[in-house]
Write a protein that binds this ligand. Structure first.
Ligand SMILES: [Zn+2]
Length: 69
């Protein structure tokens, strides 16, 4: 996900300046800042990911969300 919530309740977008740890706005779980290296000249892509790495909140496709709701 691209946005999470900090420990003080503020929405924080995933970026180079973001803290390494934040809170999932959907389930309240801990998420960690991850970096995905893009192709040359494209820079890095920052995003939040759950600690277990395979959390229902991280799934983007609607039909996958329905499975877990
Ligand atoms: Zn979550």
């Amino acid at each position: 996900m691209k946005t999470a919530v900090s420990s003080c309740g503020a929405v924080v977008a995933a970026s180079q300046a973001a803290p390494t740890q934040a809170i999932c706005p959907k389930c309240g779980g801990i998420v960690f800042l991850r970096v995905r290296r893009l192709m040359a000249n494209s820079g890095n892509s920052y995003y939040w990911q759950h600690q277990d790495g395979d959390h229902p909140c991280d799934r983007q496709k609607p039909f996958m969300r329905m499975r877990y709701s």
